[in-house]
Every structure is written in structure tokens, then in C-alpha cells.
Design a protein around this ligand. Structure first.
Ligand code: GDP
Length: 360
């Protein structure tokens, strides 16, 4: 049925920061996502987490609950955190990083046992060129020989309780990774030792299996965003929206999954999206999101929304979307807009982004 379950915006009227996960294959991107959205769900404490299309939404309340052991007294001014499930969207990531700057910040996952790998460096270069701020998750700490597990514990607490040998190996591997980053021209440091935040990138040791360091990672992301991106995160009415995927959906035909970065979309809005054979002009037939997690078994059905406010991931059903291009922008046609002009600028942008992608 039609629901209106949009998070209430706070006094400052900030939107949720959008975060993506990058790194070498097998570094643990998928597992880390599973871990940050999954642990509490299994314990029946889903606390409003919703897995959306290609993204997971964490309400601020949930983040506060999960980070309370850090005694951060976290004043969370953003409504939540939207984490994009990039592992499945590699090509999109490429396209995105050359243009629209969709993500506000990123998690760069590095395998503690392997250090920097070819795709770590590739990701690093994408982040640099997109000017995207990021936090390094130094993952798989549980693989240190003799590591004692403290599920979902803040990382300092977990490290403090390890044997001397484990600490020695940890420090040795950490130093190696810091040196490797230095070779890439980047200063990095454990986040709780970092006195030059902004110039020196933060490292958060994590285990995606047992959850150590996950509270630290969540809190750091949100606090960092709040501290340095107020202007960027201030909600604006101007729609900023990017296509993540084009999918045929049973019952809805060809749909587009989009990330709504800013503004609000309504059922019935006339839209223009970039298409393979020119601009596509259509109108939104349905705005869809999956059911909240506990209702996941209700397969193939979605919640319908009359309107949705940023930042969210949404499935849009509309006619004529067959040739829509992932990575292209979506525009909403206003009453004073010239559709032809919008169409032209949409395509100019698509061509610009595509040609840059081809060269890489
Ligand atoms: P991705 O390719 O970056 O998405 O990596 P995956 O999340 O698929 O993880 C690759 C492999 O590493 C899987 O077998 C995971 O179970 C394992 N893995 C991921 N994170 C951890 C971790 O923190 N500790 C351990 N021991 N294994 C991990």
C-alpha cells in the first residue's frame, strides 16, 4: 500500500550522507556491508535499518545505539547514513567517479594480511580524482594469529585485550600498510592517534566476521561528514539524482534504480533521463522501495510512495526506460522548463562521461 515513512528532517535540515565501499576484490567489501547491516538484525535489533535497492539505510538512532560503547556522546545531526552497495556496481562506480560525485564519502577496504593491492590503488586513484574523502577499513584483524574475538567491540577495547604477540604482529602489519600508503603519496594513521584529521587519512581496523571496529567505523563516518560537509549535506529542493541500474522487473517492466542525492521525487513527475538513443522523456508511474527487512520474505513486492525525499535509493517504474544508461542523471521537468533544452544537456553530459570512461 501507499505509505509515508520518510525520516523526519532535523532542525538543521541536513540530508543523509551517501557512502560507498571500495577496495581490492576479496578485501571484504561485501562481508563488511553484511556485518554493518546484519549483526543486530540477527539479534532482533534491526532498529530501523532498511536494505534498499543497491543500498542500505541506517537511521541515526541505530548508529547512536551501536556506537554507545564508544561514549562519544554523539550528537548526530544527520537523519542517517546511506551506504551504497558498490561491490555489485563496479562499472557504475567508474562512471560515477568521473562525473557527478555521487558519494559524499567512501570506505576504502584494505586486507590487513595483504596490504595494498592493485585494485586498492585503482580505488585510491578514483577517490583522489573525484576528490572524495574516505576512511580506510583495515579489515580481517581476526586473522592475526591468536586473535581473541570480542564481537562488535570498539577496536581499541579489542586490541587492548590481545596478547603481546598479537599486538606486535598487528603493529608490524599496520606499519607496513602505512608505509605503502606513503608510497602512494598519502599520510595515514590509526584514527584514534590521528592529530591531523583532514591531512592524514584515518585507518579503522575492523573484522567483518566478528565485528570489532564496526562501531568506530560508523561513528567516524557520520561525525566526519557532519564536521566537514555541512554545506554539501544541507538539504536542497533541487533534484540531484543518478541512475544506478536498469532492470527488468516482473510486473513493472523496465525500471531504473536511482540514488536520489538531493531534492524530492513525486509519483507523476515528468522526468528526463539519458538514454542510448537520446534523451528519454517520461513520467514516474511508481516510486518503489523494498519492504523493511523483517518482511523480506514478501518477495517481489514493494512499498509504493507518493513522494520520496533525499537521500534515498529508489526503484522508478515508468514507460520507455529500456535504453536508460546507468550512471546518467535524472532530471525533473519543472513548469517553466524547456524539455528540449534539458534533453540536450542530459545527453551532452552522458557523452562527456562516456568518452572519458572509454579512454581509461
Ligand atoms: P569482496 O570481494 O571485497 O566483497 O570480499 P568478500 O566480502 O566477498 O570477502 C572475501 C573473503 O574474505 C570471504 O571469504 C570472506 O568471508 C572473507 N572475509 C571478509 N572479511 C573478513 C574478515 O574480517 N575476517 C576474515 N577472517 N575473513 C573475512
Amino acid at each position: 500500500g501507499v505509505v509515508d515513512d520518510q525520516p523526519v528532517q532535523n532542525g538543521q535540515n541536513l540530508r543523509s550522507p551517501i557512502c560507498c565501499i571500495m577496495g581490492h576484490v576479496d578485501a571484504g567489501k561485501t562481508k563488511l556491508l553484511d556485518c554493518i547491516r546484519g549483526t543486530r538484525v540477527q539479534e532482533g535489533e534491526a532498529g530501523g535499518i532498511t536494505q534498499q535497492i543497491g543500498a542500505t539505510y541506517f537511521p541515526a538512532e541505530n548508529i547512536r545505539e551501536r556506537t554507545k560503547e564508544l561514549k562519544a556522546d554523539a550528537k548526530l545531526n544527520v537523519p542517517g547514513l546511506l551506504v551504497i552497495d558498490t561491490p555489485g556496481h563496479e562499472s557504475f562506480t567508474k562512471l560515477r567517479s568521473r562525473g557527478s560525485g555521487l558519494c559524499d564519502l567512501a570506505i576504502l577496504v584494505v586486507d590487513l594480511m595483504h596490504g595494498l593491492e592493485p585494485q586498492t590503488i585503482e580505488s585510491l586513484n578514483l577517490l583522489k580524482s573525484g576528490n572524495t574523502d574516505f576512511v580506510i577499513a583495515l579489515n580481517k584483524v581476526d586473522r592475526l594469529y591468536g586473535w581473541e574475538t570480542y564481537p562488535n567491540a570498539p577496536i581499541r577495547k579489542a586490541i587492548r585485550q590481545q596478547s603481546k604477540d598479537v599486538m606486535i604482529e598487528f603493529n608490524m602489519r599496520l606499519t607496513q600498510v602505512i608505509t605503502q600508503f606513503k608510497e602512494q603519496g598519502l599520510n595515514t594513521e590509526l584514527y584514534y592517534k590521528n592529530k591531523e584529521m583532514g591531512e592524514t587519512y584515518n585507518i579503522v581496523p575492523t573484522s567483518a566476521i566478528s565485528g570489532e571496529g564496526i562501531p568506530d567505523l560508523l561513528l567516524l563516518l557520520v561525525q566526519w561528514a557532519q564536521k566537514t560537509m555541512i554545506k554539501r549535506l544541507t538539504y536542497s529542493e533541487k533534484v540531484q539524482c543518478t541512475i544506478l541500474e536498469v532492470k527488468v522487473d516482473e510486473g513493472h517492466g523496465t525500471t531504473i534504480d536511482v540514488v536520489l542525492v538531493n531534492g524530492v521525487l513525486h509519483e507523476g513527475d515528468q522526468i528526463v533521463v539519458g538514454g542510448m538513443q537520446g534523451p528519454i522523456v517520461t513520467s514516474i508511474r511508481a516510486l518503489l522501495t523494498p519492504h523493511p527487512m523483517r518482511e523480506f520474505r514478501v518477495k517481489g513486492t514493494y512499498l509504493h510512495h507518493k513522494e520520496i525525499k533525499a537521500a534515498q535509493c529508489i526503484k522508478i517504474a515508468a514507460q520507455g526506460l529500456d535504453h536508460a544508461i546507468p550512471g546518467a542523471s535524472l532530471y525533473v521537468v519543472g513548469s517553466n522548463d524547456d524539455i528540449e533544452v534539458i534533453g540536450k544537456s542530459t545527453m551532452a553530459y552522458v557523452h562527456k562521461v562516456m568518452s572519458r570512461t572509454d579512454k581509461s
